[in-house]
Design a protein around this ligand. Structure first.
Ligand code: OKS
Ligand code: ZN
Length: 335
């Protein structure tokens, strides 16, 4: 399968994240990609499609913030990575402030996503990998893979979070629509709910968002991903959340997946974007499903049976030593 990755995606190297009350080494590190790259052959660097495809998803104020936040942090006399510590409560009046600490709160929803010197470069090139994989599919590939890092599905049009800065799946979908696709489905099979992707398309009837994920009653991102979130306005019914309990293994997983695949088939999409996270793996250090490496091939085969042109973008997966094998097992289901 054609696979896209740019070495500049390694630039993002935040040192620590806040995890269960302590600062620990950041789970989303370049070693993840190195393990996958060692498993896959024939990696292509993406073309540079520029900022316009990114602007179809993200606001200019947010993009300017992302590009300058770490420099502003340094100019404020700080060391290390830029971390927010104060957030506007929902319903607070909108304010446009200039203090870096205020903007870090304004443009994020959690405390787990520090901005490092290389964060913009990696996010930009990760998005270009997603665009390139989409272009490959538009050019006739049956499926293509964007090895995105950092991941994307938690960030919205104007906020970052959950290790995500640019929403690669949403950028891929908008690129496909700009190229003439009329109805696009997104299937998010990361362990965590893709709240950013859901938000971006929540009122859209032309983009179906289907997600199989850990129940947000127990798991991050808590405030999205509940089964009663079904879209609004023109998007009513075009969001389908299929939360599952901790401990879920292949059998229960496939039942939920089949429900999601049925909805995608009924929707009549002309392109599919899969947000693939391997943090559903039994050995994942921050997640609680029980899938095995060999399970990813039949899961992917079921998705492939939709028979849609498919752009696959990488999301999470932190069992680093098994990540390449899990990705390879998933991609094998499309071959
Ligand atoms: C807190 C952990 C925050 C969860 C981040 C989830 C990242 C992920 N330190 N999303 O799909 O894999
Ligand atoms: Zn995840």
């Amino acid at each position: 399968m054609r696979t896209f990755f740019d070495p500049r995606q390694h630039d993002h190297a935040p040192a620590v994240e806040l995890h269960n009350g302590a600062y620990v080494p950041h789970a989303e590190h370049r070693g993840r990609m190195e393990n996958v790259l060692a498993t896959l052959q024939q990696i292509e660097a993406p073309a540079d499609a520029g900022i316009e495809p990114i602007r179809r998803v993200h606001g200019d104020d947010y993009l300017a913030f992302l590009q300058t936040a770490h420099q502003r942090w340094v100019e404020a006399g700080r060391i290390g990575d830029a971390h927010g510590y104060a957030w506007p409560v929902v319903g607070r009046r909108p304010l446009k402030l200039n203090r870096i600490d205020a903007d870090l709160g304004q443009f994020s929803f959690d405390a787990s996503s520090p901005i490092a010197a290389g964060t913009w470069s990696s996010s930009y090139w990760g998005a270009q990998s997603a665009i390139a994989a989409t272009q490959a599919v538009l050019d006739g590939e049956r499926a293509a893979f964007a090895l995105c890092r950092p991941p994307g599905h938690h960030c919205g049009a104007d906020y970052l979070g959950g290790y995500c800065f640019l929403n690669n799946a949403a950028i891929a979908v908008e690129a496909a629509i700009a190229a003439g696709k009329r109805r696009v489905a997104i299937l998010d099979v990361d362990y965590h709910h893709g709240n950013g992707t859901q938000d971006i398309f929540y009122e859209r009837g032309d983009v179906l968002f289907v997600s199989v994920h850990a129940d947000p009653v127990t798991d991050y991102p808590f405030f999205w991903g509940h089964a009663d979130e079904r879209g609004e306005g023109a998007g009513e019914g075009a969001t389908l959340n299929l939360p599952l309990p901790r401990g879920t293994g292949l059998e229960a997983y496939r039942a939920a997946l089949d429900t999601g695949l049925q909805a995608i088939g009924d929707f009549g999409a002309d392109l599919l974007c899969v947000s693939f996270g391997a943090d559903t793996f039994a050995g994942d250090p921050i997640s609680q499903f029980a899938l095995q490496t060999a399970d990813y091939t039949p899961i992917a085969r079921s998705i492939a049976q939709l028979d849609l042109p498919t752009a696959i973008v990488m999301e999470g997966g932190y069992a680093v030593d098994a990540l390449g094998a899990n990705v390879a097992a998933f991609l094998a289901g499309f071959e």
